[in-house]
Ligand binder design. Structure first.
Ligand code: NAP
Ligand code: GDD
Length: 322
């Protein structure tokens, strides 16, 4: 019999990459989508799997909806990827962010406990939980000190996942994922904003890119590589919490330089400006993860390097706009 996986956030960035991986492993994949007047399946279509995933309408903030789905499916594996995931919006939308990112996972954990305690659970935790807690590399033992309402909301879900594991012996794991990107990354996130902007400049559709804080540094990997770590976590005998990162840090300047280089445009500085509109009330300056635990225990390795990731995104954005 096929294994059954239930993936929330199926139409975002990570959902389609994870669903593709699960389908290749012969899972039956059910994907949760919110109700929309005009549903957008573009990201699933990009990976060619829109017809292979069974879509279910629901919302993780609606406990009845979660109870109904989990009681009926009793999935072998549940991946909770749904979130208000844009850090920049989380100050203005702090209540919504909390309802979705904190209470949503709580609803799912309660449903698992009541209706399907043998389901294995993956919680999409994040390096945003570290804030500016240390200036070096972050691992599973680094103190959490979130700087954004998004980070705070995700920290609640992180600890609830640990608490359900310890209190009710659920197989519940946190993936503490550092930034990961792809050609289907939302255009409001900085890498895709840059690669889309570079493609527009290349094709003569725009003449500049306006960003916020140009000094931020991040550890950026490829979403297609990172979803494999999610799956590996749920294949372990014991649940646990794992940092998933590349271990390499880059600046926004590096993203810009490499993106313009792959588009064949020189003097990138002359196309870029900074506007306080895109700055945040509290900034997280520097992240760089240490993936040693995931590499040793899960046997996970990233395959795509930073240059290759930005190249992939720029080329795809140019092709799309052409
Ligand atoms: P994403 O592209 O924003 O996808 C999240 C999806 O969740 C969206 O399709 C969104 O729909 C949906 N959603 C929002 N609220 C929902 C609700 N109440 N019920 C059901 N679905 C809902 O994010 P991603 O980049 O794929 O990231 C996946 C997860 O990993 C998120 O939880 C994110 O916070 C976390 N994470 C991401 C990264 C990263 O670098 N990408 C790093 C660490 C952790 P709408 O867009 O229509 O609202
Ligand atoms: N979005 C955006 N737009 N960010 C900008 C801009 C801009 O115009 N200019 C500078 N930045 C800076 C942000 O201030 C931040 O320091 C950095 O670029 C990265 O911003 P995002 O790409 O929006 O990602 P993020 O790091 O805030 O959050 C992403 O990664 C988290 C993991 O660390 C999201 O995917 C989160 O959901 C995820 O948890």
């Amino acid at each position: 019999m096929k294994k059954v996986a239930f993936v929330t956030g199926i139409a975002g960035q990570d959902g389609p990459y994870l669903a593709k991986l699960l389908l290749e492993k012969d899972y039956k994949v059910y994907g949760l989508m919110k109700r929309y007047s005009n549903p957008n399946l573009t990201n699933l279509e990009f990976l060619g799997i829109e017809k292979d995933v069974e879509l279910i309408t629901g919302d993780i903030t609606d406990d009845g909806s979660m109870n109904h789905i989990i009681k009926n499916l009793k999935p072998n594996e549940i991946y909770n990827l749904a979130a208000q995931s844009f850090v920049g919006a989380s100050w203005d939308l702090n209540k919504l962010t909390t309802e979705v990112n904190s209470l949503g996972p709580l609803n799912i954990l309660n449903s698992i406990k009541m209706h399907s305690p043998s389901s294995k659970y993956y919680q999409a935790s994040t390096s945003e939980m570290y804030g500016n807690s240390n200036g070096g590399r972050q691992d599973e033992s680094t103190t959490f000190k979130p700087r954004s309402p998004y980070g705070v909301s995700k920290l609640y879900a992180y600890w609830m996942t640990v608490n359900f594991r310890e209190s009710y012996s659920l197989h519940a794991s946190n993936g503490i994922l550092f930034n990961h990107e792809s050609p289907i990354r939302g255009k409001e996130f900085v890498t895709r904003k840059i690669t889309d902007g570079v493609a527009r400049i290349k094709l003569g559709l725009e003449d500049k890119i306006t960003l916020g804080n140009l000094d931020a540094k991040r550890d950026w990997g490829f979403a297609g590589d990172f979803v494999e770590a999610m799956w590996l976590m749920l294949q372990q005998e014991e649940p646990g919490d794992y940092v998933v990162a590349t271990g390499e840090q880059h600046s926004i300047g590096d993203v810009l330089r490499i993106a313009f280089k792959h588009a064949g445009i020189e003097n990138w500085e002359s196309y870029v400006s900074s506007d306080p509109r895109f700055k945040r009330p509290a900034e997280l300056h520097s992240l760089c993860g240490d993936p040693t635990k995931a590499e040793k225990i899960l046997g996970w390795q990233r395959k795509t390097d930073f240059d290759g990731l930005i190249k992939l995104m720029v080329e795809e954005d140019i092709a799309r706009l052409k």
